[in-house]
Design a protein around this ligand. Structure first.
Ligand code: SF4
Length: 703
């Protein structure tokens, strides 16, 4: 315990990791963060998880980039550099900012001028602030006349957003996760909040302790099931079978809200027709959940006064991810379990600012606030503001961009704070694409696996070094404040984007990050009444807000939906198999995800001493029964193989993993799980099927 005098500075900020958006107090001594505590923010009420509390020392890692780097002319342009062993200065040379910006901009403009702006693409980041996301999408759209701009929402909740936009006219949550405490029935499906949204999980546990019914539905067992009234462990990939069976019960037992449907919902008759054969008895052998349990849960959800649904990547990361979400939306719409406290639909957003980055237009089909690039009137408004003709067609998405590089359509990229060399599916293909680019500019705080492929590397700012707004999963716009200084010649991200934009010929003159916010808010109706000053003053404001002094609306869809006819739209879903199912050659199912201690591709948490000490090496987990059946034992090195590649990892026994399954986290670059994953996309959300592919396992060559 330290006394206040022992700190030079105490700064109010927000956690840089997950979408819960915990508010923090950061204590600084000698320009070093020495302690982080939870603050009384609306999302966390003083709580923090292990990442927020102990995962801060990565910012002073000796690996931080402190100088701009330019690739040496004789360095190989390949994707299989031995990342652990290589000395960066054998591949890159240090440069001044002037030279680096000149090299970065001339490479991009040369491609634009010779091949057209469609040959350029940009990946922004859900780790950056709203202002950085807004500037990044503006730079790509204004500077290159293309909508080829995307970020990791494509790998996360893109299918949920596609279904929500279609069904209820907004991709954001309808109620905060803290409303679990007001609900009578809480469904958590395809999510593992104790690992991925730990502070949100504390509210779910608290609600269960207070006697609310908690239903946890997942193909993997999990900690939260210990608190649940109902735990449904179903066969992976059969979400639609299970959910349509629940819809069948609600409809056949007339548990729906007829009045609500008549006033607010379209598509009910088509849903009735679609789910009539999905009886619980018919679906029991498909999803491996007893028919009686399906009936119980459907009745509980529909009959409760207030029911709320939370979901995560287990729903969205499938080739039928949009269909999975459509079923959840249909459940809420036909029962009227939406638009009131303690009810609603809440896709638990992953990254700290994936909600905000999406809202700010860092996606290829829409401008800020999800306004279509294909709508001539909306486009004219942005052309007016940006002073240039803009692209009239949707841009390519993350995985499509990698394919377009292989096809020779894209040859230049600007990547800010994303790590597609680790996060994209079919990693060998993704890294080969990065290596094939004529020009790659990477802006980051570390020499990530992606940055190793770059022609120019621009050293950027960590979360604890910058000022900006972040929007959490609850739609709360919160202020992150700088606590420590930038290392070496590293610079603020928004300033780097501006300097690069200027070097590419754009006339930008932002003097402060608040000016970027003000321009962004002027084109985002959702931020009306939420000025920079207000966010600075209040620290957290929920959007939408009805007035500059009125608290934001935590619950939306109270009086209809923001669709053309103000009605919610049901889109019935069919049961489709995963893209790649087990067979004789690959008899197991591989699923991927995160660990409590590590964040996404591990760039930050693998460099956080406490966190990496707890989970220091790449693992593949299987049920102990399955391990024994194969004559293996925990702790040996195994090789996991799919049709895309082979990865070695340490075998871990885990009772939560079902028989016939392998689970691998994707944060370890020594055991890169995404070498194995299937890049096949959901047709609507364009999200790859990270949660399911056919695999086999054997002893590693080294074992
Ligand atoms: Fe940070 Fe999320 Fe943990 Fe809160 S729950 S401390 S936001 S990682």
């Amino acid at each position: 315990t330290r006394t206040v005098e022992q700190f030079d500075k105490v700064v109010d900020s927000v956690c840089p990791f997950c979408g819960v958006g915990c508010q923090t107090t950061v204590r600084v001594k000698d320009d070093l963060i020495v302690q982080v505590d939870g603050r009384d923010g609306p999302a966390n009420e003083n709580r923090l998880c292990v990442k927020g509390r102990f995962g801060f020392d990565y910012v002073r890692s000796p690996d931080r980039l402190t100088k701009p780097l330019i690739r040496r002319d004789d360095a190989p342009k390949c994707g299989d550099i031995n990342l652990k062993g290589a000395d960066p200065l054998t591949v890159f040379r240090e440069a001044t900012w002037e030279e680096a910006l000149e090299r970065a901009s001339s490479g991009l403009t040369k491609i634009r001028d010779e091949r057209g702006g469609q040959a350029i693409a940009g990946f922004g980041s859900a780790k950056g602030s709203n202002e950085e996301a807004y500037l990044f999408q503006k730079f790509i759209r204004q500077g290159f006349g293309t909508n080829n701009v995307d970020h990791c929402t494509r790998l996360c909740h893109a299918s949920s957003v596609a279904a929500l936009m279609e069904g209820v006219g907004s991709g954001a949550v309808s109620a905060p996760f803290n409303d679990a405490l007001k609900a009578d029935c809480i469904i958590v499906i395809g999510a593992r909040p104790t690992t991925n949204h730990p502070v949100a999980a504390t509210y779910f546990k608290q609600a269960a302790k207070q006697g609310r019914k908690l239903v946890v539905i997942d193909p993997r067992k999990q900690d939260l099931m210990r608190h649940a009234s109902h735990s449904l462990v179903f066969k992976p990939g059969t979400d639609v079978a299970l959910l349509n069976a629940m819809l069948n019960v609600i409809i056949t037992e007339r548990l729906y809200d007829e009045q609500y449907i008549q006033a607010n919902v379209s598509g009910f008759e088509a849903l009735k027709e679609k789910v009539k054969d999905f009886t619980p008895e018919a679906m029991e052998p498909v999803c491996a959940v007893p028919a009686a349990t399906i009936r119980d849960v459907a009745r509980l959800y529909a009959k409760s006064e207030r029911s709320i649904i939370f979901w995560g990547m287990g729903i969205s990361q499938h080739t039928h991810g949009t269909d999975n979400s459509r079923c959840l939306i249909a459940m809420a719409l036909i029962t009227g379990q939406i638009g009131r406290p303690g009810t609603g639909l809440h896709p638990l957003r992953g990254q700290n600012n994936v909600q905000g980055a999406s809202d700010a237009g860092l996606i290829p089909m829409v401008y800020p606030d999800y306004r279509s690039v294909e709508d001539a009137d909306i486009r004219a408004e942005f052309e007016d503001l940006y002073g240039r003709p803009l692209d009239a067609k949707r841009g390519l998405t993350v995985v499509e961009i990698m394919d377009a590089i292989h096809d020779g359509e894209i040859s230049g990229m600007y990547v800010m704070g994303e790590n597609p060399a680790m996060s994209d599916p079919d990693q060998i293909h993704a890294r080969a694409a990065l290596a094939k680019l004529d020009h790659l500019v990477v802006q980051d705080i570390f020499l990530t696996e992606t940055a190793w492929h770059a022609d120019v590397v621009l050293p950027a700012s960590a979360h604890a070094e910058k000022l900006g707004t972040y929007t959490n999963t609850n739609r709360q716009v919160q202020l992150g404040r700088p606590a420590i200084s930038l290392p070496g010649d590293a610079r603020q991200d928004w300033e780097i984007i501006q300097d690069l934009a200027r070097a590419c010929g754009l006339d930008w003159h932002y003097g402060h990050v608040s000016e970027v916010y003000t321009e962004m808010a002027s084109v985002m109706p959702s931020l009306k009444n939420i000025s920079w000053d207000r966010v600075e003053r209040e620290g957290s404001v929920t959007y939408p807000a009805d007035g500059p002094d009125v608290p934001g609306n935590e619950i939306i869809f109270v009086n209809g939906f923001p669709t053309r006819d103000r009605r919610g739209k049901i889109v019935p879903a069919d049961l489709l198999p995963p893209d790649e199912v087990p067979d004789e050659d690959y008899p197991l199912v591989l699923t991927t995800g995160r660990l409590l201690e590590h964040w996404h591709t591990g760039a930050m948490t693998r460099r956080a001493g406490v966190l990496d000490a707890i989970e220091p090496e790449g693992i593949a987990s299987m049920n102990p029964r399955e391990i024994e059946r194969r004559g293996m034992r925990q702790g040996i090195m195994v090789k996991v193989e799919t049709r895309r590649g082979t990865v070695e990892a340490l075998l871990r026994a885990d009772r939560e993993v079902a028989d016939g399954m392998i689970f691998m986290p994707f944060c370890f670059n020594e055991s890169p799980a995404n070498v194995l994953t299937n890049p096949q996309l959901d047709p609507f959300g364009k999200i790859p099927e990270f949660k399911y592919c056919a695999a086999r396992i054997g002893l590693a060559d080294t074992e």
